[in-house]
Design a protein around this ligand. Structure first.
Ligand code: ZN
Length: 173
């Protein structure tokens, strides 16, 4: 931080105390060069991440919108709403922890497909087809083939019938 009097970047902190009703820290500093004193305030930035769309426009990240797109993919599927809420929370947390300013819709799409893959295979395929812009049946066939391959690999390494099944109500969209 530069001294407001001489521009020197080194100073010592003489005193730190809570300010603005505890939402900030006030620091009294003394410039190492001119020895004059000044005050700084430190406060957390309001978390705000922009979503960069394919056409380059930006909009605020919106949790409800994310939930809406996932609900749509899960329409009529036996998916528990708590599982979706949990997935949305985990995606949201990832976005705010790892992305300081912006994230692209395709990065969000990857996070969503990862979550849906765990939750419901049909919802995963539906979402992927929209978000990757499938244009022909071969693309569906390809994704199903890949899932079957992964499924075989998974069942080979875990014991048979070990999958926990939880009854959930179909989501009506
Ligand atoms: Zn100074």
């Amino acid at each position: 931080m530069k001294c407001p009097y001489c521009g020197n970047a080194e100073q010592k902190v003489l005193d730190s105390r809570p300010a603005r009703e505890g939402t900030a820290v006030r620091r009294r500093r003394e410039c190492d060069h001119c020895q004059r004193r000044f005050t700084t305030f430190e406060e957390p930035e309001k978390p705000r991440v922009f979503v960069v769309k394919r056409d380059g426009t930006r909009e605020d990240f919106n949790r409800e919108k994310l939930m809406g797109s996932m609900l749509l993919a899960c329409g009529k599927r036996p998916v528990a709403i708590q599982d979706l809420e949990h997935a949305v929370t985990s995606i949201e947390r990832h976005i705010f922890d790892e992305h300081e300013q912006e994230i692209s819709t395709s990065e969000i799409g990857e996070l969503v497909t990862d979550e849906l893959y765990r939750i419901d295979s049909i919802a995963y395929i539906r979402y992927s087809s929209v978000y990757r812009g499938f244009e022909c049946p071969q693309q569906f066939a390809e994704i199903v083939r890949r899932m079957q391959k992964e499924e075989r690999a998974r069942t080979a390494e875990s014991k048979p019938n070990g999958k926990a099944s939880r009854k959930a109500q179909p989501i009506d969209v």
